[in-house]
Design a protein around this ligand. Structure first.
Ligand code: AMP
Ligand code: MN
Ligand code: MN
Ligand code: MN
Length: 274
């Protein structure tokens, strides 16, 4: 895709991504992107770091975040763009999420220990370092201990919803995330809806929360799925966004980076909206 302008979905070591911020920035420049949104899970630490250390000159880094909501009995990810990383209420929420993720990781570790799996909370912390703890960090700790061979195996055996090592986070509603993003000056977009919203009626209740856009271009969407969400967005006058969801931890991440994203006109629409 030669007209690709921006990748609006990516992760760094500030959450569960493999690359440090400068390495991800260089990678984006190398594949010819003009703009990149860093959207770590439940944290804007990457953007506060960039404000302190200096923004790159050859790439527009869009301040972003990917919130983990849970509603309708499932995880729903809501992306925020162009929010202020220094917004106080936002930072209070980030702090709460960090603590909630920590206590949830402790529960998961004790559940795993109860199953006879050798893993400690410190093993998990060694993987997460300063990031809010996610299941991929638990998976990495299990690989390090030799309990599983791959991240996928860790999820299949222990960490997926309903598996014996799974623990839920505290509830966070979509409406609350949408409001928080708006209060922090940003634009809200539902991430990879096809993973969560196969039911059209449910999707309408999602739109009713006041959401600004839909992530139509995502590696988990088939071309027909993209078209479906593009049409839905147009019908409801919502923004259309897209990105690779690059983590750098899965084989397919490399071919997706520089392939999934948006053209300049779609990017400008998001920029103008905020
Ligand atoms: P958490 O935020 O702790 O609930 O962990 C969710 C993260 O785990 C997602 O953002 C993905 O990066 C990763 N993930 C979720 N499901 C799977 C899976 N089945 N296999 C591998 N990674 C997964
Ligand atoms: Mn992730
Ligand atoms: Mn997601
Ligand atoms: Mn993501």
């Amino acid at each position: 895709m030669t007209s690709l302008f921006a990748d609006l979905h990516s992760h760094t070591t500030c959450s569960d991504g493999r690359l440090e911020i400068p390495d991800l920035v260089s990678k984006a420049v190398n594949v010819g992107l003009q703009a990149l949104a860093i959207t770590d899970h439940d944290t804007m630490e990457a953007h506060r770091w960039l404000r302190r250390e200096g923004m790159p000159e050859d790439l527009l880094v869009v301040p972003g975040i990917e919130f983990s909501c849970n509603e309708f009995g499932r995880d729903v990810h809501i992306l925020g763009y162009f929010l202020d990383p220094d917004h106080e209420e936002l930072q209070r929420y980030e702090h709460e999420f960090r603590q909630d993720r920590e206590s949830r990781a402790r529960s998961m570790v004790s559940q795993l220990q109860g199953l006879g799996v050798k893993v400690t909370f410190d093993d998990v912390m060694d993987q997460a370092k300063t990031a809010p703890i996610g299941r991929p960090h638990v998976a990495a700790a299990l690989i390090e201990r030799g309990s599983v061979r791959t991240i996928q195996e860790a999820f299949d055996k222990y960490l997926d919803y309903g598996k014996p090592g799974y623990a839920a986070r505290s509830p966070f509603h979509i409406r609350e995330a949408v409001q928080l993003i708006r209060d922090a000056g940003g634009v809200s977009v539902v991430a990879h809806p096809h993973r969560t919203f196969t039911d059209p009626t449910l999707f309408l209740s999602l739109i009713a929360t006041g959401l600004d856009g839909i992530e139509a271009y995502h590696p988990s969407h088939w071309p027909v799925t993209r078209e479906y969400y593009r049409t839905l967005a147009t019908q409801h006058r919502l923004l259309i966004t897209g990105g690779s969801d690059y983590h750098g931890t899965r084989d397919y991440d490399e071919q997706n980076f520089g392939t999934f994203g948006v053209t300049q006109d779609l990017f400008e629409a998001v920029h103008t909206k905020h």
